[in-house]
Design a protein around this ligand. Structure first.
Ligand code: FES
Ligand SMILES: [Fe+2]
Length: 372
């Protein structure tokens, strides 16, 4: 059996976004789980997000759990509630509230995770070395000039799901019909690896309003409202896919939806969408609206598309959470290049990952957690 056909790792290597920007507030500690790790996030004196292991290297106290008045961020450092040691953005212990002999403090250090903040989201590098990303986050070099500020929501938990199920769906042509009731008018560029190394496609699709609704009436009325649109989709990794859709019905407005999938623990993922719309309407009323409220019609559209995209996972969620990974599926010609996608995905597998048939039933899917 080819390695790429075996069950992919849940804790793959790449950039992932476990948090929204608004979840890390200056002066406060945020506790969260990421790839099975208990972590804390806070903002340093320059407002930069810092992510550290939750357990203090001194005696294992949890940096984010103590009495409310004992959990602090002071001068951009996190203070452990157990003995009052302070750690800076580099994970270095810089002082102890009750320490007189400061000589030993420099030996107290915890390795910070590599973080980027963009698109109202916080991204973390997950790799063999948490301090050395083997590639930069794709958004770092993108220009969002002319786009509305990114909006996002808390997304939804997929419990359980295989990390690779959501992105594999993007090349799964038949599921667009069966799950989303979209129609494929034309394949302009067939899904495959592009010159940027992403797995991308350009499709001309038809969307129908309310097609997934459980209400008969909504579906009946909805069939009169729909639109063709150009669907430019690129999977950058198991945790990041970017779709840009231009919608002729809306005067050719371009809507960007970023789909973020992040493993929280050994079985579950969170899926979250970020939306932004390219500013396109230079009408007087829109300019006035922008002047008065600071938001234009495109900002309203971004929120609307965020709502639509988040809800569009209703049908997928049921499939993903009940689906079983098959190492020997029976592909049909109409399926789309799912096998090519599995081959492409191998690059995100940790070298020491042992796929399912080689591990004992019920054992951890990860052989070793190299960065721990
Ligand atoms: S365990 Fe954190 S200061 Fe001692
Ligand atoms: Fe889907």
């Amino acid at each position: 059996m080819q390695r790429y056909m075996l069950e992919p790792p849940h804790y793959a290597y790449d950039w992932f976004s476990p948090l929204r920007s608004e979840e890390v507030v200056k002066g406060r500690v945020t506790n969260f789980t990421f790839m099975g790790h208990e972590l804390v996030a806070f903002r340093d004196e320059n407002d930069q997000v810092v992510v550290l292991d939750a357990h203090c290297p001194h005696f294992g106290g949890h940096l984010g759990h103590g009495l409310a008045h004992g959990v602090h961020v002071v001068d951009g450092c996190i203070r452990c509630p157990f003995h009052g040691l302070h750690f800076d953005k580099n994970g270095q212990c810089v002082k102890g509230d009750f320490v007189k002999d400061t000589g030993g403090l420099r030996h107290l250090k915890t390795t910070p995770w590599t973080v980027r903040e963009t698109l109202s989201s916080i991204f973390i590098w997950h790799g063999a070395d948490r301090t050395k990303p083997t590639r930069e986050l794709v958004f770092t070099n993108m220009d969002f000039d002319g786009w509305t500020p990114a909006v996002t929501n808390e997304g939804r938990i997929l419990a359980p799901t295989n990390l690779f199920f959501p992105t594999e769906n993007i090349v799964d042509v038949q599921h667009f019909y069966a799950v989303h009731f979209w129609e494929l008018n034309e394949v302009i560029r067939a899904p495959g690896e592009d010159e940027n190394g992403a797995f991308s496609a350009l499709l001309n699709m038809k969307w129908t309003f309310g097609a997934q609704s459980r209400f008969d009436a909504v579906r009946r009325i909805g069939q009169f409202f729909g639109s063709d649109y150009l669907f430019d989709i690129a999977v950058w990794g198991p945790g990041i896919a970017i779709s840009r859709a231009s919608v002729p019905m809306l005067g050719g407005a371009t809507v960007m939806s970023v789909i973020l999938i992040t493993p929280t623990n050994e079985t579950d993922c969170r899926i979250r969408v970020v939306s932004s719309v390219k500013k396109a309407y230079d009408w007087a009323p829109n300019r006035l609206l922008r002047t008065i409220t600071g938001q234009g019609i495109e900002d309203v559209m971004a929120r609307l598309f965020l709502w639509v995209a988040t809800n569009d996972f209703d049908g997928d969620e049921i499939i993903w959470t009940h689906r079983k990974f098959l190492a020997n599926p029976k592909p049909l010609k109409d399926d789309g290049p799912l096998i090519a996608y599995r081959k492409w995905s191998l690059r995100f597998w940790p070298d020491d990952y042992a796929p399912a048939p080689h591990r004992e039933r019920g054992a951890s899917p990860q052989m070793a957690d190299a960065h721990s």
